[in-house]
Design a protein around this ligand. Structure first.
Ligand code: NAD
Length: 429
């Protein structure tokens, strides 16, 4: 198998069919070199993945075609489909990880994670194995989508959630094991934290927050804000309670802001202490907020926030809270980024009860694909996708989840909704 820096069509895999058409995306200096027809790996995923992934393929392909490009899809497998092909114990085949690494830009549907027992999250494993350290979720309202708030149009935030550390790092020990008892003894006897942990069975998790992990995430958020003319980046943390983890994240974030960007970036303190609130033209203001307060502020002062940067767990909560305001899970898109790598994926899960019914809303997966197109530098195709989704929903051609919340309109299947979007792409192009 070819190494990660030697992609091209000579790559071969056991169970993955490399398409004849298209070429691999490669790294070129600090950017990507994207051929006219890139090969893009796709994981359909579990549950409703079989419904939303093909719908997204149809729409993304149509947008690429309408703007002079094409996409050569390469099916790769994880979850249920991997177990069918590779054997019962194989949830995430190594060659799936290699293919995404080799081809650099990919898209996936949702993957089921059993609660409690069973295997660990495949999503977390993929992000860690590929070092996709930034989970990026743009949250904006699409005209016509029902929302529980009065002014959903005010919501236009992009969350940067650190993806590789925090309590998600997987350093967690089960009650009753030798490991947990050893760790408890170490914490109590060697680290002096006595009378803190109650007697009896205990599970213990470790929360690593590194300077490296924090700084690269905040850097990415600031770069994004500068590139997309955003006004502010807000560091979200519980540093008042967890001083040396979440507090350190905030301090390292400010260090990046103060040391790496010159006049382009200004902290909120400097802005008020030295400039009376008058930010330099085109600059980005970096501020910070405590996480619990921020969960209120995204609701009560929605238009004051822009780009959010935070650790893994806070990011999980805050991006779902933002997502609820713009119509919920069927709509909310996301993507994971590493250095010159992207794996787009919707925020929602595999919703097993609707699997294979051609019923659910594919918008989240389609708009995740839009982020991917933008990353390829296909701005025109990306805009077409967004406009066509907006046009389709505004015409009230919607799947069941939106249909039950709006007056009138036509309830369509997942595949029909995708076809309606394609028709709008053709009209708009
Ligand atoms: P879920 O997102 O799968 O479903 C919750 C509910 O949201 C569904 O019952 C449905 O009513 C609605 N919903 C979700 N997607 C929708 C869509 N596209 N259109 C219309 N309605 C939609 O969340 P869950 O039930 O908590 O999780 C199910 C499984 O998915 C779990 O195993 C979980 O671990 C996994 N999961 C995976 C990912 C991922 O792959 N990134 C993310 C979240 C959850």
């Amino acid at each position: 198998m070819a190494g990660m820096d030697d992609p091209q069509n000579e790559m071969s895999y056991e169970q993955i069919e490399v398409p004849d058409e298209g070429e691999a995306i490669t790294a070129e200096g600090e950017g990507l070199s994207v051929p006219e027809t890139p090969v893009i790996p796709i994981i359909y995923g579990d549950g409703i993945g079989v419904d939303v992934a093909p719908a997204a393929q149809t729409v993304l392909e149509a947008a690429a075609n309408a703007t002079g490009n094409d996409i050569s899809w390469m099916r790769v497998y994880a979850g249920e489909h991997a177990r069918e092909r590779y054997g019962e114990e194989v949830h995430l085949p190594e060659e799936t990880v290699s293919a995404i690494r080799d081809y650099r830009v990919a898209i996936k549907g949702p993957l089921t994670t059993p609660v409690g027992a069973g295997f660990r999250s495949l999503n977390v494993a993929l992000r860690k194995k590929l070092d996709l350290y930034a989970n990026v979720r743009p949250t904006y309202h699409i005209d016509g989508v029902p929302s529980p708030v009065k002014n959903p149009g005010q919501m236009d935030m992009v969350t940067f959630r650190e993806n590789t550390e925090d309590v998600y790092a997987g350093i967690e020990f089960e009650a009753g094991t030798d490991e947990v008892e050893k760790l408890k003894r170490f914490v109590e006897e060697e680290m002096g934290a006595r009378d803190v942990i109650h007697d009896g069975p205990v599970g213990i998790g470790v929360k690593p927050i590194t300077e490296y992990g924090s700084k690269r995430l905040v850097r990415r958020a600031i770069d994004y804000a500068l590139e997309h003319d955003r006004e502010s980046v807000t560091l979200i943390h519980k540093g008042n309670i967890m001083k040396f983890t979440e507090g350190a994240f905030r301090d390292w974030g400010y260090e990046v802001a103060e040391e790496e960007y010159g006049d382009e970036v200004i902290t909120e303190d400097t802005l008020w202490e030295e400039r009376d609130g008058d930010a330099p033209e085109g600059s980005v203001v970096v501020n910070d907020r405590i996480a619990d307060n921020m969960l209120q502020q995204v609701l009560t002062r929605t238009d004051e926030y822009d780009v959010l940067a935070t650790m893994n767990l806070n990011g999980d909560y805050i991006s779902d809270a933002c997502g609820a305001q713009i119509g919920g899970l069927g709509i909310a898109p996301g993507a994971n980024f590493g250095d010159l790598r992207c794996l787009a994926e919707p925020v929602h899960g595999s919703a097993p009860k609707y699997a294979g019914q051609d019923k659910v809303n594919p918008t989240a997966m389609i708009l995740s694909g839009r982020i991917m197109l933008e990353y390829l530098g296909w701005e025109e195709a990306a805009s077409l996708v967004r406009e066509a989704v907006e046009a389709t929903i505004s015409e009230k051609t919607v799947t069941y989840d939106l249909h039950r919340q709006i007056d009138g309109g036509e309830k369509v299947a997942t595949s029909e909704f995708a076809e309606a979007i394609v028709a709008n792409i053709e009209t708009l192009a």
